[in-house]
Write a protein that binds this ligand. Sequence first.
Ligand code: PMP
Length: 445
Amino acid sequence: IAELDRRHLVHPLASWRGHEKAGPRILASAKGATVTDAQGHTLLDGFAGLWCVNAGYGQDHIIEAATRQLRELPYATGYFGLGSEPAAQLASRLADHAPGDLNHVYFSLGGSDAVDSTIRFARHYWHSKGASERDQFISVAQGYHGSSVVGSGLTALPVFHANFGVPLDWQHKISSHYAYRNPVGQDADAIIEASVAELRAKIAEIGAERVAAFYLEPIQGSGGVLVPPKGWVAAMHAVCKEMDILFVADEVITGFGRTGPMFACGEEGIVPDMMTTAKGLTSGYVPMAAVFLSDHVYETIADGAGAGMVGHGQTYSAHPVSAAVALAALDLYEGGLLDNGVKMGARLMDGLQGLSDHPLVGEVRGRGMLAAVELVTDKAKKTPLPAAAAPATRIFDRAWQNGLIVRAFAQGILGYAPPLCCTADEIDQIVERTRLTLDQTLEDP
Ligand code: PMP
């Protein structure tokens, strides 16, 4: 199977290529927080797939809901004014959970096309207000907003920009809050002040009357799990409100209990104009994303044809099987998984903080079941691991041998996003296997 995969399957981000012949590692089955490979090696999935299997693997409640829906109605298009029961129920239940007046939901297939949709909704919003010249967008360095051409342009991680002409000329960036390596230091007030000043300056440079929307992740995920200082998100939101700029929260990772509550925005005390979610929505069992629209944004597209939204829609939007899966996942989140995630998230942070004294650990950070350990070769100088992907790959390989899947970002940051169903023992094992992996790395880099 691995040979067939090597010959015919494309893995754009496969770090094993050119490094060693170990990959791809074929997974055969999974249950709870563990996965088992084709050789029968069982591992703790400390990353919940790709930060998505929030409910854990093999949940009968989800599997039964999907099976039932496949039999009853496996497909219904959202075109021609059609719909399905699970999609309508899901939209309504999501609206109940969402902060403020994010009462309307557009379903797409994954986080990237959810982000694309918000660009169209934002452009449309301004068009309907007679301000079509508002066609410029701002996002944050170290941010990730998807792999579509437009989404990867909003993304501010250069590895996603090579050779295809992004960012586009209407996509602008401000610096990240990244406290551990912030030129203004680690003081929260100083970071907030600097970011507010930079956002204002960027808006002034573009021209306030030209800016359509500002994007952020409540916690930056793919940039290395960068947690902003308390109040940073609200400060960015306040600038957008003052300047009448749409504020889009990308909760593709942070949604559905990843940081504790159902959505991270609520914790920040803000209501975005739009919010993108995916991953935990269906717990990764099937693809689906949800874009939440506030009342005032929705009003501008409610009359779709008349307002020029014709052309926006997808074959698999509001897919009834995905909706049935998401409803079942919501049952589990409401029925105790979110609470367990809060408890286990605290345990994970405590455990990882216990590694802070390790010579290779520069910083431990996170919130809820989302955490990172930033590795350095010199703690005082905060010297990052060598920039090449190889050390990260070696750490990933070692953790794998130790029975742990952890994300090893190329810049030497270990990322954690375990399923919310983890037991205390599993959390402790994630920490212990990390410790073992770091000890081995220290001995033989
Ligand atoms: N936004 C954020 C914040 C993400 O983390 C991701 C995926 N990692 C995306 C958008 C894109 O989602 P997808 O890979 O499902 O297209």
